[in-house]
Design a protein around this ligand. Structure first.
Ligand code: C2E
Ligand code: MG
Ligand code: MG
Length: 750
């Protein structure tokens, strides 16, 4: 339904309701008016009615009086009757026109006589007009009324008659006739006649037929007010209604109707307007709500955007900070060593560049941790890293004033001094570092303290480029290592040759290994008592023998070449034993020199067993020579390896006794069965005539159930002294230099 139609319908419905209400109210007013009118007319008619009744009642009373008179005076005369009737008549207000007395049905007496004398003697039962009434009264002995009656004496009257009884017998009748018009007048009926339609009817008691007594309107009245006037056995009915009909159309009625109509029309338009306004309002509200929603949405979006912006700004800030942090980290990492967080080589290059540019002088100390490779190999990298950090910490501590510290990588550190490179100052610094390393590093599992070898260069004196200085510092440091580690070496020009030599040796060793130009010599070890060959020591030679083992073995150890070289030696020795055995020679054990590096590598033992097994050589023909340096790192593990060896029947000798710490203490827990007294030790003892000291050492060794071998015996005298002091075995040029396998075979055969 369209909004316009709806609006009109609602307005119309309300308008109609108002109109209906008004009409209802008007109709109520109308009916109330009508009923008021009716009430008024009824009141008037009531008066008329009661007048009628009074009139009739009075006549009836008059009749009763007459009857009583007659009954009391049955023989009355005309005069007597007239006198009585006269009084009666006069009391009837001149309404009554005559008072008659009928003997049976014949008029006998009448008053006033003069006017009515014609009626005397007439038998009314024979008269057309009244016959039935007369008979009725006579037969029924009831009073009766008749109206209007054409009177014999002329005119129209109303007749009331009653039976007259004498001693219980019908005697006659009495009647009053009264004037019809006078009665109409007296009752006031004619007063109403002007404004109203009035009808008076009378029901004939004899036949029940209705006859109109009086009327001023021909037609029957449609909605009259009715009053009933009872008369003996019959009744009169009085009808009345206004001439122009019942009319409730009062001013109030019109007022209500017109007001209702106006109100209805007004309400129609007002409501229409109201609905229009309301719809408009609703529409506006809807529009406002929509606009509001859009506004809210826009607001939300704006807020979200702001949040996003704030968030992304925050994100950007965070990213920026992250980038900055990363940059800082990158910067930090770029010039730092990640492990120790010391400056790295790169930073050192920069610093040196600045120093060189400024023309400053200074010193560079290159530090290398001693045996770090062994520590790393035996204890693992985690442990190695700890060592590096401990050392870094100590170095950082000492890098005060004009000193700065760098880690170049591996176990190499640099302490840089900017200023005049005073030797005393450098010495103090290196001493401080070595001291601090002893007290400052707290790494467990190390039997000895961490030590460093230091190479020192000064600039511009030793070079004025980074490369030059680094090479020379390296050489100085290397020299310190070669000189027994845990020391500081100031660079000297000669070191360059040493270094170059070392490089040369390493190269030669590699070449020999590849070209299989390594070979073994065998030096016999004889019993001090008889000079009999007890066993041989296998001594390695390289190529043209231009480089001695004393030179190439340390290079091999430092470079790690000792492992493949050592394997080659083991294979070769067992092979040799096999060959000798196959040659039918009576075998002597062969001692193999095993470097600490090999002991830590462990694989040598397995290889040795494998080779012996493969060649069916008994373990009693193999001896292993180790040095006390096996005790430097990984003592427990190394001892384990050695114990395994001994348990498998391979005896172990401690070589070079007297060159290092030479503590007698470790003799108690090293699983060795021989001690080889180093040539230098032997020489010193003998040179200073410390035979007794030698004796007690030998006794002590014997007390440990070990044999003692003296090395480097070149003279008989030495041999004698040592033998006399209880030395078990002797080795030296005096008996035989290291010889080839063939020569050794000859010795075995000899
Ligand atoms: P070392 O084990 O103490 O060997 C004894 C060294 O003394 C040998 O030197 C031998 O030639 C030398 N020698 C023997 N008698 C005399 C003497 O009367 N007078 C003097 N002056 N020297 C004598 P070489 O053969 O030059 O070996 C040097 C060192 O190289 C050996 O000392 C040993 O530690 C090492 N070496 C040799 N061969 C091997 C090897 O196959 N493996 C390992 N790891 N080291 C080896
Ligand atoms: Mg040896
Ligand atoms: Mg030796």
């Amino acid at each position: 339904m369209s909004r316009g139609l709806r609006k009109n319908l609602i307005s119309l419905a309300v308008a109609l309701m108002i109109l209906a209400g008004a009409m209802f109210t008007a109709s109520v007013e109308y009916r109330s008016n009508v009923s008021q009118q009716k009430q008024d007319l009824e009141d008037s008619l009531e008066v008329v009615k009661s007048n009628w009744e009074n009139i009739i009642e009075a006549r009836v009373l008059g009749l009763k009086g007459l009857i009583s008179y007659v009954e009391l005076h049955p023989n009355f005369t005309q005069q007597e009757y007239e006198a009585f009737a006269k009084g009666l008549y006069e009391s009837q207000n001149q309404i009554v026109t005559n008072i008659a007395l009928l003997k049976d049905t014949t008029v006998t007496y009448v008053y006033p006589y003069n006017i009515n004398r014609l009626a005397i003697g007439r038998d009314l039962a024979l008269e057309e007009g009244q016959r039935n009434f007369i008979r009725y009264t006579k037969n029924t002995r009831k009073s009766i009324m008749d109206a209007p009656v054409e009177l014999i004496q002329g005119g129209v009257g109303i007749v009331v008659r009653s039976p007259l009884m004498m001693e219980g017998e019908y005697w006659g009748q009495v009647s009053f006739v009264f004037d019809y018009y006078a009665a109409l007048q007296t009752t006031g009926m004619l007063d109403l006649d002007r404004e109203n339609r009035i009808q008076l009817t009378f029901i004939n008691p004899l036949n029940g037929k209705l006859k109109t007594v009086w009327s001023n309107y021909e037609e029957p009245l449609t909605d009259p007010v009715i009053k009933s006037i009872r008369l003996y056995d019959t009744s009169m009915k009085l009808y009345g209604m206004p001439k122009e009909g019942w009319n409730g159309l009062s001013q109030l009625f019109y007022f209500i109707l017109i007001t209702g109509l106006l109100l209805s029309v007004a309400s129609f338009f007002a409501l229409r307007q109201l609905i229009t306004v309301k719809d408009q309002l609703q529409e506006n509200q809807l529009t406002i709500r929509e606009a509001n929603e859009r506004l809210q949405n826009a607001n939300d979006e704006l807020e979200a955007t702001i949040h996003q912006l704030v968030a992304s700004e925050k994100g950007l800030k965070e990213q920026y900070q992250e980038i900055k942090k990363q940059e800082e980290t990158i910067q930090f990492m770029a010039e730092r060593d990640p492990l120790t967080e010391l400056y790295n080589r790169r930073k050192m290059v920069e610093v040196l560049k600045d120093i060189f540019q400024s023309g400053d002088s200074g010193a560079m100390l290159l530090l290398d941790i001693d045996n770090f490779k062994d520590i790393n190999d035996s204890q693992g990298h985690v442990f190695g890293d700890r060592v590096l950090r401990e050392v870094a910490e100590v170095l950082l501590e000492s890098a005060r004033d004009n000193w700065s510290v760098f880690r170049l990588g591996g176990d190499e550190f640099v302490l840089l001094y900017q200023g005049e490179p005073d030797l005393k100052l450098i010495e103090e610094k290196t001493e401080e570092i070595r001291r601090e390393l002893i007290v400052g590093t707290k790494v467990e599992h190390l039997m000895n303290h961490i030590t460093v070898s230091i190479g020192v260069v000064r600039f511009p004196r030793d070079g004025y480029t980074m490369e030059e200085l680094m090479i020379r510092a390296d050489i100085a440091m290397y020299t310190a290592k070669r000189a027994g580690k845990n020391q500081c070496q100031l660079f000297r020009e000669e070191m360059i040759q040493d270094f170059e030599r070392k490089i040369h040796i390493e190269r030669q060793l590699r070449k020999s290994l590849e070209e299989q130009s390594l070979y073994l010599l065998y030096q016999p070890v004889v019993t001090a008592e008889t000079g009999e060959i007890r066993y041989f020591e296998a001594l390695l030679r390289m190529g043209d023998n231009s480089i001695s083992p004393g030179e190439f073995i340390p290079v091999a150890e430092e470079s790690g070449l000792i492992l493949p070289v050592g394997e080659w030696v083991i294979r070769r020795v067992v092979q040799q034993l096999k060959e000798w055995e196959e040659a039918g020679l009576s075998l002597r054990p062969v001692a193999i020199n095993i470097s600490p590096r090999q002991v830590r590598g462990k694989s040598f033992a397995a290889l040795l067993h494998q080779e012996l097994e493969r060649n069916q050589i008994s373990t009693e023909f193999i001896e292993v020579e180790i040095t006390e340096t096996v005790l430097l790192e990984g003592v427990d593990e190394n001892i384990q390896v050695l114990e395994d060896l001994r348990n498998r029947g391979i005896s172990i000798a401690l070589d070079d006794f007297g060159t290092g710490y030479s503590s007698l203490n470790y003799l108690t827990y090293l699983p060795v069965s021989k001690i080889k007294l180093d040539k230098t030790m032997k020489d010193r003892v003998l040179a200073f005539g410390k035979e007794r000291a030698l004796k007690s050492l030998i006794d002590l060794i014997h007390g440990l159930d070990m044999e003692i071998v003296a090395e480097g015996i070149e003279s008989q005298q030495e041999s004698r002294i040592l033998a006399s002091q209880g030395c078990d075995l002797l080795q030296g040029y005096l008996f035989s230099p290291p010889v080839t396998a063939e020569e050794a075979a000859k010795m075995l055969a000899g």
